[in-house]
Design a protein around this ligand. Structure first.
Ligand SMILES: *Cc1c(COP(=O)(O)O)cnc(C)c1O
Length: 365
């Protein structure tokens, strides 16, 4: 069988270790999982109510146009209904964007090295090369370098803002050269992946919605997995102009979001109390991590997400293993080429304290 080199070279996706797995392996009672940037508040009660109500409809296919949830999203962002597409997580939309806008074995996509790994996987699955532009020394994305590296073969620029795994962000000012570049090229899409946007505290973080109207090739990705606490329901959405969404709608699977997940959207989007609680938990947790890591003399990136990227100062594989034996699951980032760093999600105050307590013990050995 003739298999594409792109497919042969794919590495299987390694998700964060699951709680049950670690419990079984090390015979532990309490497991604290800070590996996948999930929301430690647990689901919103409004969401679980909506899910329960939807159960009686699960013998039916979803409304293939997803009118109601899309209308709620469109109204929320003051956009037209035609400018909203739901996805099975924003991850699905990354894949569909490449499938629609990139010709296999010809077109390319471009992003920062050490940004969300899904861009690379989806590019390769679709037989497209990905150009990865090195980060700045402070681990932030270098927009000017990305602009300079764009060639006519590039059809999509993926910019995670804030970035995962580093938690850094790009300011409004720094983003301008890329906006200019994209405006000058009709056949180049700019995809701003804003999975963590609700956690951003930086004052000069760009409001991409404010330029949306004037940028026909701007695509904004959002997710319900983070601040809304719905990672397990797999829903994200795309805000894009109709010339983009028309094509995406032809290629995405007809029923890409399940009945319960679609039903949860209006509840989640309008649950202001839950959103506020999530933000406050994360902001307090980050401030606690900064204080503790400072006291331990460890370097980290100030984070605009719900996680922190920090330097253990030693082989992070050892720290990861030792933490896991103590019931705290963190995220190794060696696959991004960071050999001494780890990524730690912000949990509840209790989870954060247990994580820091164990980190101190592990690093003092
Ligand atoms: C978590 C995350 C997402 C969300 O993915 P879903 O498929 O919606 O769960 C998207 N982009 C980045 C950069 C992320 O870290």
């Amino acid at each position: 069988m003739q298999i594409s080199e792109f497919i042969k070279n794919l590495k299987p996706y390694v998700p964060g270790r699951s709680t049950e797995e670690v419990q079984r392996e090390f015979g532990l009672k309490e497991i604290i999982k800070l590996a996948s940037n999930e929301n430690s508040l647990g689901p919103s009660v409004k969401v679980t109510d909506a899910l329960r109500e939807s159960v009686g409809q699960t013998h039916l296919y979803p409304d293939g146009s997803y009118y109601t949830p899309r209308k709620v999203i469109a109204d929320h962002f003051r956009l037209d209904l035609s400018q909203v597409v739901l996805g099975n997580g924003s991850n699905e939309l990354i894949d569909v964007l490449i499938r629609v806008f990139c010709e296999p074995n010809k077109d390319k996509v471009i992003t920062a090295a050490q940004s969300f790994v899904a861009y690379k996987v989806c590019a390769h699955v679709n037989r497209c090369e990905i150009t990865e532009v090195p980060l700045n020394a402070d681990y932030s994305i270098n927009i000017q370098k990305i602009v300079d590296a764009i060639t006519p073969a590039h059809k999509i620029v993926f910019i995670p803002n804030p970035n995962n795994p580093t938690g850094t962000y790009i300011s409004e000012k720094d983003l301008q050269p890329l906006f200019e570049k994209v405006k000058s090229r009709e056949d180049l899409l700019l995809v701003m992946d804003e999975a963590y946007t609700e956690f951003v505290r930086a004052k000069d973080y760009p409001n991409t919605l404010s330029v949306f109207k004037d940028m026909k090739n701007l695509v904004i990705l959002r997710t319900f997995a983070k601040v809304y606490g719905m990672a397990g329901l797999r829903v994200g959405f795309m805000l894009a102009h109709q010339h983009v969404t028309d094509l995406i709608n032809r290629v995405r699977l007809p029923f890409n979001v399940t009945v319960p997940s679609a039903a949860a959207i209006p509840a989640a989007l309008t649950d202001g109390d839950y959103i506020k609680k999530s933000q406050e938990m994360v902001w307090q947790g980050l401030d606690y991590f900064y204080k503790e890591l400072d006291a331990m003399g460890l370097k980290y990136c100030t984070s605009q997400g719900n996680f922190i990227f920090f330097d253990t100062g030693i082989d992070s594989g050892l720290v990861f293993e030792e933490m896991m034996k103590r019931g705290v699951i963190l995220r190794p980032v060696k696959n991004y080429g960071f050999n001494t760093h780890l990524r730690m999600s912000v949990g509840t105050a209790h989870e954060n304290e247990v994580a820091i307590k164990n980190l101190k013990i592990v690093l003092s050995k």
